[in-house]
Design a protein around this ligand. Structure first.
Ligand code: SAM
Ligand code: SF4
Length: 349
C-alpha cells in the first residue's frame, strides 16, 4: 500500500506517524513545503514585479481555512518544514490566525519548523506574536544598506522600517537570516558591506542570483551577476571556508573567517542544485509546483473546492510529486522571454 491509499481524515493525517516521506520518481524525499499565502505585496522590487502588477481576484486565492487544510495534508504526508511566503506573507489579512492554526503541528511534533520569508515591513508589529506562536526563524530580504537605493529597488520602500523590523525580530528571539539579490548594476560593489552588516549582528546572509521568472519592466540580462564572480571577488580579501550543506536546499554555505558569520550562495543559473532538492511549492491559488524552474503544475484548488477528501488531496499531491522534474532549465539571454512565465511573487520565492 502506498502512503496515499490509506483512508484519511484530517485527524488521522495530522501526525505524520507511520507514513513514509513523499518520494519523487528519482528517489528524492520531499520534506519541505513553501506555501505562498498571497500574491500581493506592499513593495514592488524591480527584479520581482512590474510596477503596475495586476493581482489576483480574491476568489482565486485560497482562504485561510483552505491554506491550512492543504498544508495540513502535506504535514500528514511527512512534510517536516513549512515556510510561509508570497508575495508578502505579512500583508495577508489574518495571517496570524493561519500561523496559530498551523502551529498545532509543531505542538504535536508532526512539524519541525514553521518559518517565514518576509520583506520585513510589518515585522516590527508582528515579530512578538510570530515568536509566541512558535515561529523560530525568519528570512528577511534586504539588498542594500543605502536608503535611496533601497527605495529605488523596492519602488518606494523605507529601509529604516525594514531594519527596525529586523531588530524587532531579533529582540523577539527569532533567528534572522538576510536574503540579498545580487544585482550587477545596483548593489555589486556594496555586497561586502551588506555581508559585514549582517554578520556584525549575528545574522547569516544568503546571496541570490536573479532568476528569469515573470515579465518585469526591465531586461534582467543587464542585472545578472554571477555569484561565482562575487565569490572570487570576496576571496581576494576574505577567507571563505566551505561548510557542509545542511538544508537540502539550493544554498551552498561558507563561513567567513574574518567576520565569523555564515554566507550562502543561491546560484540556480551558474550551478545546478537539483539533485538534492527536497522541496515543493504551493501557490496562493492552490497550485502545486514541484520545481521552481519548470511549468509543471497540479491544481489542488479545484479538488479542494469540489469537496475532495484529505485522502483524495493526498493522492493528487503524491501524483504531482511523483512527476517532479529532474531539474530546472533557467537561461538568461538578452531579449529572451522569461524561462518561467509566472512571477516569483505568485509562486512563492
Ligand atoms: N516578500 C517576501 C520577500 O521579499 O522576502 C517573500 C517573497 S519574495 C518573492 C522571496 C525572495 O525571492 C526574496 O528574497 C526576493 O528577493 C527573491 N526574488 C524575487 N524575485 C526574484 C528573482 N526574479 N530572482 C531572484 N530572486 C528573486
Ligand atoms: Fe514583494 Fe518580496 Fe517581490 Fe519584493 S521580492 S516585490 S518584497 S514579493
Amino acid at each position: 500500500m502506498t502512503p496515499y491509499d490509506a483512508p484519511a481524515t484530517q485527524a488521522t493525517l495530522a501526525p505524520a506517524a507511520g507514513r513514509g516521506p513523499l518520494t519523487d520518481g528519482l528517489g528524492r524525499k520531499v520534506r519541505y513545503l513553501r506555501l505562498s499565502v498571497t500574491d500581493r505585496c506592499d513593495l514592488r522590487c524591480v527584479y520581482c514585479m512590474a510596477e503596475h502588477m495586476r493581482f489576483l481576484p480574491k476568489a482565486e486565492v485560497l482562504t485561510l481555512e483552505e491554506l491550512d487544510r492543504v498544508a495540513s495534508v502535506f504535514v500528514g504526508l511527512g512534510v517536516r518544514k513549512l515556510r510561509l511566503t508570497g508575495g508578502e506573507p505579512l500583508v495577508r489579512k489574518g495571517v496570524l490566525t493561519l500561523v496559530e492554526s498551523l502551529s498545532r503541528h509543531l505542538k504535536s511534533g508532526a512539524l519541525d519548523e514553521l518559518a517565514l520569508t518576509t520583506n520585513g515591513t510589518r515585522l516590527a508589529a508582528l515579530a512578538p506574536d510570530l515568536a509566541r506562536l512558535g515561529v523560530r526563524r525568519v528570512n528577511v530580504s534586504m539588498d542594500t544598506l543605502r536608503p535611496d537605493l533601497f527605495a529605488r529597488l523596492t519602488r518606494g520602500g523605507d529601509l529604516g522600517q525594514v531594519q527596525g523590523g529586523i531588530e524587532a525580530a531579533a529582540a523577539a528571539g527569532l533567528e534572522v537570516k538576510i536574503n540579498a539579490v545580487a544585482l550587477a548594476r545596483d548593489n555589486a560593489v556594496e555586497i561586502p558591506a551588506v555581508i559585514a552588516w549582517a554578520h556584525a549582528r549575528g545574522f547569516a546572509i544568503t546571496l541570490i542570483e536573479t532568476m528569469p521568472m515573470g515579465e518585469i519592466d526591465e531586461d534582467r540580462t543587464d542585472q545578472f551577476l554571477s555569484l561565482a564572480q562575487v565569490r572570487s571577488d570576496l576571496e581576494s580579501f576574505w577567507t571563505l571556508r566551505d561548510v557542509a550543506a545542511t538544508t537540502g536546499g539550493p544554498a551552498r554555505y561558507v563561513e567567513v573567517a574574518e567576520t565569523g558569520g555564515r554566507l550562502g550562495f543561491i546560484t540556480p543559473l551558474s550551478h545546478n542544485f537539483c539533485e538534492s532538492c527536497n522541496r515543493v511549492r504551493l501557490t496562493c491559488t492552490g497550485t502545486l509546483h514541484t520545481c521552481l524552474g519548470q511549468e509543471d503544475a497540479t491544481d489542488l484548488r479545484a479538488a479542494l473546492r469540489a469537496g475532495a477528501s484529505d485522502a483524495e488531496l493526498a493522492g493528487l499531491i503524491g501524483e504531482g510529486i511523483g512527476a517532479k522534474p529532474r531539474g530546472h532549465d533557467f537561461r538568461i539571454e538578452r531579449g529572451a522571454a522569461p524561462s518561467v512565465s509566472r512571477h516569483m511573487s505568485a509562486t512563492g520565492g
